[in-house]
Design a protein around this ligand. Sequence first.
Ligand code: SF4
Length: 424
Amino acid sequence: MLGDSLTRQGYRLVEYGEKTDLLVLNTCSVTENAEKDCRYAVRKTLRHSPHAFVAVTGCYAQTGAAQLQTVPGIDLIVGTQFKMNLPDYLPAPTQLRKQPEPELRHSRTIDREDFVLPGTAYSDSTRALLKIQDGCDFMCSFCLIPFARGRERSRVADDVLREARELAIHGYRELVLTGVNIGQYSYQGMELVDLLQALEAIPEVVRIRISSIEPTTIPERLLQHMAASTKVCHYLHFPLQSGDDGILHAMNRRYDVREYEALVGQALALMPDLGLGTDLMVGFPGEDEQAFANTMRMAGRLPFSYFHVFSYSSRPGTPAARFEPQTPPAVIRQRSKTLAELSRTKALAFYQQQIGRTVSVLFEQGERDGFRTGTTANFTRVAVPADAVAAGSIHPVTITGIMDGLAYGHLASPSVEPTYRPLL
Ligand code: SF4
């Protein structure tokens, strides 16, 4: 969206690494190396474009503004609160000049008002992200996001529906609902499930996917609705982080192992074809051998189709930064590797379960080695010969085998594009 606004202002977008008059860095504070990465990007750009005006925004501009002011070459720092206004702080392209010191557009607190967003940006893809929420009040002990993105707030429902309709009319077949804590969506009495219903009522909207959602924000009503819906994908990604109750408690997560397992059981009972992903964090302070073994056991036991493994890194300002004992980096690396191997084994098992099934696949742009790939509602990646299907089309495919992390199959009914159903 920032790119769109800048284009309207007369700027022309170029690839990162090409000569430029303006560098806009959208930073993250979740990674340990935010400041280092930022210094590197600025240095690299100024080497080939010494006169480039450098503007930095995003989460690290919010939480690390003081550190960023010491980075040579930055001209403008814009905190999260003002990120979408960044183009307003820039002069016309011909008047860009490097500044003797960075201008700071920042406030320590972030409004908690519900919000609307500017016009829709269209890219060459079949899947679009649809932001519905921002901020988080949960205060997990390792996380800086509540400070970087502010308190929970929801996007005005009419604004979400307007953008969804525009995206669908422009050919996006799948809308992925995003936000920091989307299960907390709440706008004038509407919860997430009500918003889903309103989105499904738009005739042009074909598929809706829920992105990562906190386990304690999923009421049974939402699961039941997903199970019955013909448009909402049977796919959930709820972060587990650890399979050990002591660690979950120290993380200030809002569930224990038993509750999480119960939720998984409930979701699978309603949607046996569910694709289930999760996040796991290794090396949280105090994670001893036993705690890690508990995580391994739980990750192995539950029917995850994949998981993302994150290595804990201490974020200054969070409670966990003061916790003892911190886990040695070499142990974190080893545990991370062990879990990543388990994730690959789980993914393989999940893909093997799909063999023989006929599933609906939304095909995407681009082809490789004569094949076009797409995804099912439960996020199985499926390949068929590229000349059999067009990008953006949805077809029933019978899965016949798997290879290199992909399911291969043939069209079950090549001439007819079916009305979308989560899984046939
Ligand atoms: S729920 Fe997610 S975003 Fe919110 S504090 Fe916890 S980890 Fe951070």
